[in-house]
Design a protein around this ligand. Sequence first.
Ligand code: MN
Length: 228
Amino acid sequence: MTKYSIEPAPQISLPIRGSDERFPVRRIYCIGRNYAAHVIEMGGDPDREEPFFFQKNAQNADTSGEFPYPAQSNDVHYEMEMVVALKSGGANIPVDEALSHVFGYGLGLDMTRRDLQAAAKETRRPWEPGKAFERSAPMSELTVASGTGSPDSGKISLRVNGEVRQDGDLSHMIWKVPEMIAYLSRFYDIAAGDLIMSGTPSGVGPVQKGDVLEGSIDGLGTLIVKVV
Ligand code: MN
């Protein structure tokens, strides 16, 4: 039995639909610019270039249904995304084996301090202040993969105070779920408990205190988050 000098941090976990078990979160990988229309709105070139990923911390995942407006920003954006949860992993996973590592899928918001992200891009500094801050990854319960079928298509949308702001389709992802898993596994030992946030469709925008964000993905339910 290991004796710790201080109390270890609690294990972060997500609820699982129809189960009293929870999914223990290890790492959170996030792909940038994975829907062509969003690439264009961010000033990029939608031609298929190599994907890139950044990370949030497991401790940034939050299932409370509330998003406290964070410090040090006046321009916090929502990005509605599908979350892929892994039950196993490895290195150099072939694309055609990648889906066998998927535990399930859920909904997530890649909340972004856009002003700090823009400053980081400008100064060629890391993105963490813009992306990996407290409660920056509101998430839903997970739906076990066998129950959802293929994640290749289906509507993904976000309403803010009842008004549709993002309205895309999973089929518009530039890098598909198996490709993202295979790519990540070339750079990292991905493992059970890892989450992948799979990118956002176009229509990102700022939030204000009091806003209610309602994300929806066909077959995976909804994620309702209030900005407080
Ligand atoms: Mn994102």
